[in-house]
Ligand binder design. Structure first.
Ligand SMILES: *[C@@H]1O[C@H](CO)[C@@H](O)[C@H](O)[C@H]1NC(C)=O
Ligand SMILES: *[C@@H]1O[C@H](CO)[C@@H](O)[C@H](O)[C@H]1NC(C)=O
Ligand SMILES: *[C@@H]1O[C@H](CO)[C@@H](O)[C@H](O)[C@H]1NC(C)=O
Length: 210
């Protein structure tokens, strides 16, 4: 049985394809387990938009953490992939790592408000690997959540780890550690994948080499 008023902290990456499934999960948890307090963390403009998406009877707490896109080489008010051209999206990914101190403060403040009892868990985006360190620091359970299918994620992980498209001259390739996925055609790749060679900004960000 869950103790009453335990906090669940949810933190999606700032893109609609991430925020929407996180919100669906938050509403699902709220529906099923009424005694959890859900704290949904995002940047100011995303929180503003989320306010109008929450059903009026929801008790999900929207928690804003500071972010100013202008300070990260992004155009003003750029807090979501949906307002960025392709070539600037990677800058938002990079800038997102700057949210760590503010995110830690969210956990600290929830802990203080709850008589020193830290939140039950952090449910974070797959692009926020650094939240694992925060969870460890506070000794919290940590889970990743993605709206993508497990098959798609397995392909994605294998692709970025191996960059198999660079090792063939043909238009098709197999994933070396996931051959069951069958043949993949280069035309199925997103532009950042097609361009990836291990030294580009996406490879460096995703392989945490930077
Ligand atoms: C959970 O939410 C309720 C209602 O907003 C609040 O009274 C309570 O203090 C919250 N509990 C925690 C642990 O934050
Ligand atoms: C909010 O209202 C909807 C529609 O009546 C209902 O299905 C849902 O369970 C309610 N949610 C909560 C958290 O009470
Ligand atoms: C963001 O930073 C820019 C440049 O430093 C500043 O002009 C602007 O007022 C800031 N925006 C907000 C919302 O704080």
């Amino acid at each position: 049985m869950a103790q009453s008023n335990e906090n669940i902290v949810m933190f999606p990456f700032m893109a609609q394809g991430h925020i929407i499934p996180f919100l669906a999960l938050a509403l699902h948890i709220e529906q099923r387990h009424k005694n959890y307090n859900i704290t949904f963390v995002s940047t100011p403009l995303n929180i503003k938009k989320l306010k109008s998406s929450l059903p009026p009877n929801s008790s999900i707490n929207l928690h804003e953490i500071p972010f100013n896109s202008s300070s990260h080489g992004l155009p003003p008010n750029s807090e979501n992939c949906d307002v960025l051209p392709y070539n600037l999206v990677i800058h938002l990914f990079r800038a997102s790592t700057s949210l760590k101190p503010a995110f830690k403060e969210v956990i600290s403040s929830l802990t203080r408000k709850n008589q020193g009892q830290p939140p039950l868990c952090i449910i974070a985006d797959i692009f926020f690997g650094w939240t694992c360190g925060v969870a460890k620091e506070f000794n919290l359970f940590h889970a990743f959540f993605s709206g993508a299918s497990s098959y798609g994620l397995a392909c994605y992980y294998s692709f970025w780890t191996n960059l198999p498209h660079k090792k063939v001259t043909s238009d098709e390739f197999v994933l070396p550690d996931f051959e069951e996925a069958s043949r993949i055609h280069k035309s199925q790749l997103a532009l950042n994948m097609l361009e990836a060679d291990g030294t580009d900004s996406w490879s460096l960000f995703l392989l945490l080499l930077e």
